[in-house]
Design a protein around this ligand. Sequence first.
Ligand SMILES: NC(=O)c1ccc[n+]([C@@H]2O[C@H](COP(=O)([O-])OP(=O)(O)OC[C@H]3O[C@@H](n4cnc5c(N)ncnc54)[C@H](OP(=O)(O)O)[C@@H]3O)[C@@H](O)[C@H]2O)c1
Length: 282
Amino acid sequence: MQNLILNQRTLPAIGMGTWHMGDDFKRRQTELTALRSGLDSGAAVIDTAEMYGEGNSERLVGEALQNFPREKVYLISKVYPWNASLTELPKSLDQSLERLETDYLDLYLLHWRGTIPLAETVAAMEAAKQAGKIKAWGVSNFDTDDMEELWQVPGGQNCAANQVLYNLGERGIEFDLLPWLRKQNVPLIAYSPVAQGDSLGNQFTQQPQLQKIAEQHQASIFQILLAWVIRDGTTLAIPQSSNEMHVKANLAAGAVKLAAAELAILDELFPKPTQKQPLAML
Ligand SMILES: NC(=O)c1ccc[n+]([C@@H]2O[C@H](COP(=O)([O-])OP(=O)(O)OC[C@H]3O[C@@H](n4cnc5c(N)ncnc54)[C@H](OP(=O)(O)O)[C@@H]3O)[C@@H](O)[C@H]2O)c1
């Protein structure tokens, strides 16, 4: 099983995203089952945000975690950029904690860059850490120039992770951001790691060579996509699924090891960037 170290904690490299979950009461039991069976199947990380359903996702996660040992979960939430100030961040954080029914987050991310100075956001994050309400903080949707700027801010180098869009079809970060993060030992959290499932079309599912690789591993194409994302041991993938079977399959992908020859085939099919590309975002 592939692991990674995030803020001194060794975690399975596949966790669970929760965007678009918790909004529809008719789907609630199915979603709770999906999250709980993910935890029972060895997932530790759950990723949410105050943005997701304006708190609905956090409420769902809080309910899913009832009666589950808190220390076994690695809980990530995110603050809106306009709430990432010294006065607003503590309020957003308290509301997230209340919805999640917990007294701390393992990781709190600035969801994307806004107009509040980075130095102020870092100071607010550090204060939350001092107060024991978060174990660590990080950023999301930060490109290389944003990371470089963050590194110049007092305390900015305490950033524990950067969460960005990354999957086999979106490799832009490999040109400069990913090498920069690796050099600074900042783990990557890959969002939309299965390219939003079938919703983006059949770019992957109808690809014959990808199908052949999947067959060789007795895996699905989605499992191959996940194994590819986490291949370097410093990346956490957070696929989202409301389907219990998909959740279990996604977690099992942590055991799929792609051979060098298979990685080379994937490089040919979905080439690495050869020049700087603006950071892709959803
Ligand atoms: N920081 C940010 O700005 C940001 C932006 C986007 C996302 N995120 C985070 O990253 C998480 C994941 O990204 P995402 O939700 O955009 O996309 P994703 O995880 O790539 O794809 C989710 C979709 O894929 C399907 N799926 C998942 N596993 C599958 C499987 N094994 N087989 C078939 N279909 C499967 C799901 O449908 P089923 O329910 O039917 O399985 C769902 O429709 C989010 O939930 C969120 O936590 C963060």
